[in-house]
Design a protein. Structure first.
Ligand code: CIZ
Ligand code: SF4
Length: 319
């Protein structure tokens, strides 16, 4: 505990000295989320992290999250220094969609508009027409479908299938998945709901169809937090990374949040629903990179410029 206090003090001091700001994802350790908030940084989803970093005057951004989030920050702010506590913090969606295979797939389908999820490398974004996040993917695909466009979607197959079902769009799906959300189980969720008949079920659309089908609200991390605050219920079953429960409990004090069951050992599982790469961010390595300036994120400038077009399309659509 004393070590924790000392590390936090050191991080606060180093952020000031370096004129750096900390941006943290909802899925990282609660200590990092709290530090980001109290030092004037932000805690949010991947899109808002990149946007906040772009608009903040600090010259150095420290991204507590996973690799693609650091890259997105660099793509939107090429002139800034982006540091990460651990550059090996990646994502199964990013890993499962290597640029060579993806480019070959896209080349085979030149008649399709290429739409990729934020959880991809800079190189994959650079090969795409559009980048989307889970909060706006549905609206953008709907818009493209109405224009008569056929879509090539990558990499999350569950999110792709959900959007396909909602919009009726012609979508060819890359077969990637998130190792965290893929573990949520529909049958066990059904049993848990029977135990808590008044609970509302909040589901991130990276989850399998059998879990999404039982949701009261399907949405991005930010949308699920808003639902926890606004829905008139006191108990919620939450199917997304359990790092988000910290924010939900802060935002909706007095409400009761239960992790949705995973393959691990259903309702008694305390840490199954947590991303191992998000967990690589800690107070210790954060303090170390602030001290040394190591772990800088680099994106090839030409790839960054092309990837930015796909991101800007989405931002313009949202505006
Ligand atoms: O699952 C993830 O990594 C999410 C939800 C990222 C994001 O967009 O914030
Ligand atoms: Fe990737 Fe899933 Fe981890 Fe998010 S929670 S970073 S989608 S592996």
């Amino acid at each position: 505990a004393a070590e924790k206090v000392e590390l936090k003090d050191r991080i606060r001091r180093l952020l000031k000295e370096r004129n750096a700001v900390l941006v943290a994802h909802y899925y990282v350790d609660a200590d990092l989320q709290d530090l980001a908030e109290e030092t004037g940084g932000c805690v949010s989803d991947s899109l808002e992290m990149a946007r906040f970093g772009r608009d903040h005057p600090a010259q150095t951004l420290v991204v507590a999250g996973v690799r693609f989030m650091g890259e997105s920050a660099k793509i939107l702010s090429p002139e800034k220094t982006i540091l990460m506590p651990d550059l090996d913090a990646t994502c199964s969606l990013d890993l499962g969609c290597p640029i060579d295979e993806f480019a070959a797939f896209a080349d085979q389908h030149p008649d399709r508009t290429v739409v990729v999820y934020a959880n991809t490398s800079a190189a994959v974004k650079a090969r795409a027409d559009w980048m989307v996040t889970s909060s706006i993917g549905l609206d953008i695909v709907k818009h493209l479908h109405e224009q008569g466009k056929k879509i090539l979607w990558a990499p999350d197959r569950h999110l792709g299938a959900y959007i396909q079902k909602q919009t009726g769009a012609d979508m060819l799906l890359w077969q990637g998945s998130c190792l965290v959300h893929d573990e949520f189980k529909g049958v066990e969720l059904d049993l848990l709901k029977a135990e808590y008949p008044d609970a509302k079920v909040l589901v991130h659309p990276e989850s399998p169809a059998g879990v999404v089908a039982q949701a009261d609200v399907v949405g991005s991390t930010t949308q699920l937090i808003n639902a926890a605050v606004n829905l008139p219920a006191t108990t919620f079953i939450v199917a997304t990374d359990n790092g988000i429960l910290h924010k939900m409990r802060q935002a909706a004090p007095g409400k009761h949040f239960i992790e949705a069951p995973t393959a691990g050992n259903s309702a008694t599982c305390k840490s199954c629903a947590h991303c191992p790469w998000m967990a690589m961010n800690g107070l210790k390595n954060l303090a170390e990179v602030l001290e040394s300036g190591a772990n800088e994120v680099h994106v090839d400038p030409e790839i960054g410029r092309q990837a930015k077009r796909a991101i800007d399309r989405m931002l313009d659509f949202a505006a």
